[in-house]
Design a protein around this ligand. Structure first.
Ligand code: C5P
Length: 220
């Protein structure tokens, strides 16, 4: 099995309150994207493509190993992953798509996703249970539904796919599609997505508090 990792790193640092692209924001002195590339490699993914904000290649090349391939991302995460997928080497048969914003993902999570793919699953995502009651609201903020918590999960990355299936699912999407993860892309193509246990340490860094939490974890 030849796995390629696509690290989505073309987002802005707006919600973190940073002028830098989020993936270049430092965690314990190293950019988030450098941690995320290390996490994939530690879990067993050697070939890595990173999608970067257009115009920022030099800044990313300066902080990543020289064998990491850099490609320009797009205006949405979906467009960025699409560009990364096009740059993956032709002999890769599975793809792991990872958020640069999940710097402390333990290697075990990556290994669990790879193992499920090796078992023949076409699509697999790491998930965690939901501990809060979770509701659906309308535009006025009034609760319209409260799905049974036992069946709810929080979805993390890396998300793993048979490469041909992911490529076909992206090809079937409209050019302006904007989905929040890749499981949604393959589900739109009718492919079942299985789950493996995720890990709280694979949390996404979105706001300043998340970065403080990650800093504290690195210090420990
Ligand atoms: O915005 P959010 O935190 O959900 O983004 C998840 C990941 O997708 C981040 O690592 C971000 O850099 C990446 N992204 C991207 N291209 C975009 C928007 C987000 O690669 N246009």
């Amino acid at each position: 099995m030849h796995a390629v990792g696509i690290v989505a790193a073309a987002g802005s640092g707006l919600r973190l309150g940073s002028d830098l692209p989020k993936a270049l924001v430092p965690l314990a002195g190293r950019p988030l994207v450098a941690w995320s590339v290390d996490a994939l490699r530690a879990g067993g993914v050697a070939e890595i493509v990173v999608t970067v904000p257009p115009g920022r290649r030099d800044a990313f090349a300066a902080v990543l190993p020289p064998d990491v391939r850099l490609v320009d991302g797009g205006a949405s995460r979906t467009a960025s992953v699409r560009a990364g997928l096009a740059a993956a080497s032709a002999d890769a048969d599975v793809v792991l798509v990872h958020d640069a914003a999940r710097p402390l993902t333990p290697p075990d999570v990556v290994a669990r996703v790879l193992a499920a793919l090796a078992d023949g699953q076409p699509a697999v995502v790491p998930t965690l249970p939901v501990v809060d009651t979770t509701v659906v609201v309308d535009d006025a903020g009034v609760i319209t539904d409260a799905p049974a918590r036992a069946h709810l999960r929080r979805v993390q990355t890396p998300q793993g796919f048979d490469r041909a299936i992911l490529a076909a699912a992206y090809a079937a999407l409209g050019p302006d599609a904007d989905l929040t993860d890749d499981a949604a892309v393959v589900r739109a193509a009718g492919i079942p997505v299985t789950t493996v246990p995720g890990d709280e340490r694979a949390a996404k860094v979105t706001v300043a508090h998340d970065l403080e939490t990650a800093e504290a974890r690195v210090r420990r």
